[in-house]
Design a protein around this ligand. Sequence first.
Ligand code: NAG
Ligand code: NAG
Ligand code: NAG
Ligand code: NAG
Length: 303
Amino acid sequence: MISLSLSALMICFFFLCLCRDLKGNRLTGQIPDEIGDCVSLKYLDLSFNLLYGDIPFSISKLKQLEDLILKNNQLTGPIPSTLSQIPNLKILDLAQNQLTGDIPRLIYWNEVLQYLGLRGNSLTGTLSPDMCQLTGLWYFDVRGNNLTGTIPQSIGNCTSFEILDISYNKISGEIPYNIGFLQVATLSLQGNRLTGKIPEVIGLMQALAVLDLSENELVGAIPPILGNLSYTGKLYLHGNKLTGEVPPELGNMTKLSYLQLNDNELVGTIPAELGKLEELFELILPTTILRVLFLQTSVLALH
Ligand SMILES: *[C@@H]1O[C@H](CO)[C@@H](O)[C@H](O)[C@H]1NC(C)=O
Ligand SMILES: *[C@@H]1O[C@H](CO)[C@@H](O)[C@H](O)[C@H]1NC(C)=O
Ligand SMILES: *[C@@H]1O[C@H](CO)[C@@H](O)[C@H](O)[C@H]1NC(C)=O
Ligand SMILES: *[C@@H]1O[C@H](CO)[C@@H](O)[C@H](O)[C@H]1NC(C)=O
């Protein structure tokens, strides 16, 4: 274990010369304030260490910084809002720490940021309507925090997003219709408190490879238009309050390999059309669904 309590003089030498080797080194201690004096730092990756304490505000003095990767440490305290003053920050990855407080709204007013990784902290507050000011962002991940409130109506303006993961928070309200304007490949909303019906527009999100709406409080029928998602490989709708029958249109989802519908209030039989799904590997259905034979899946479970 290496302690970070170095003399101020050593700090810049340490980060400038060694920064490519500082990942996963069992470094412990706090990130020193003096780091702000290493003004030519472009990349700072201290991930997978044992660092604790606050993220120093002085990091915002690193005007050349493009990647700030502090994931998998034991950092506490808030995300400094001054991080928004780093003009060329492209990657901000603070995942798997113990950060608290709100996501500072200023962070969202950044056209350069491409990657925002905040999963696995204890962040609170709501998703700001400003999140779609991130016009260059493709990766937005706040999975596993304590965020509340609703999905902002402005979500449809997040058109550069490719991965949107807000799963395992306490987000409530309905899934906004505007979500249909997104061109994401992954939409992960599972493990929240979402209510209302699955909006039909989701069936128009042709880029979706993964759609996970499981473990919410969604009601109503599975919209047959979901069968139009011809690139979707994983569809998870389990753990809701969905009713009605499984639409035979799901048999049109030729790329589907995982389909999980258990723990709902679905009735009827497994549509024979699902037998057309040649890539279906795992199918998990509620016990209320009558089983039919001749499905080609490797795994068929009834829960
Ligand atoms: C969310 O808040 C609850 C209650 O305060 C707490 O028990 C839980 O650990 C928190 N979860 C996270 C991920 O911070
Ligand atoms: C995008 O933002 C504008 C201005 O804030 C708003 O009027 C519009 O409804 C938004 N579009 C979507 C799809 O949410
Ligand atoms: C679903 O896909 C089919 C075939 O591509 C198309 O004809 C139909 O209009 C689509 N349905 C909707 C509601 O977009
Ligand atoms: C989708 O599935 C339905 C019902 O199984 C079928 O009638 C329809 O022709 C299919 N559409 C396409 C585009 O394959």
